[in-house]
Write a protein that binds this ligand. Structure first.
Ligand SMILES: [Zn+2]
Length: 140
């Protein structure tokens, strides 16, 4: 999927993409875990595998030094998935560790595969990274 810089950002911020997640996709560091989470959602939608890889902590189960196979895995997922919307439910901000609970509204082959996840982020070298997440039932 490709979008124009003037399109409303896919992270549902109501800002234009160029004033929102594009800044981080272009190399700026996300100041908060929430910003990182939003920009990763949009990166999945736009198949920006390099950004996904760059913002994943080495503790993540998908983390591998085999970048080409990891890139293929990301592509397989992103190109077969529609990223319809993102809703942030809860944010717990810490100095070095933050948690974001969100609902990702996704579709694969006309099937609703939306999920609610509580994600964990760690700050390392002044940069927020996605570590892992647990699926939770909405509202908990
Ligand atoms: Zn955005």
């Amino acid at each position: 999927m490709k979008i124009s810089p003037n399109t409303p950002c896919l992270c549902n911020s109501k800002k234009k993409y160029k004033h929102c997640c594009k800044i981080y996709h272009n190399g700026a560091k996300a100041k908060t875990a929430e910003i990182l989470m939003r920009s990763r959602f949009v990166a999945f939608a736009l198949n920006l595998s390099k950004y996904i890889i760059k913002t994943t902590h080495t503790l993540n189960k998908d983390y591998t030094s085999n970048i080409s196979s990891w890139t293929k895995d990301i592509e397989l997922f992103t190109l077969n998935t529609k990223f319809n919307n993102l809703k942030i439910i809860k944010v717990i901000n810490g100095e070095k560790e933050s948690y974001i609970t969100f609902i990702a509204f996704l579709e694969q082959n006309d099937e609703d595969i939306s999920f609610c996840e509580k994600s964990r982020f760690l700050k390392e070298n002044n940069e927020w990274l996605y570590v892992d997440g647990i699926f939770i039932e909405e509202g908990k």
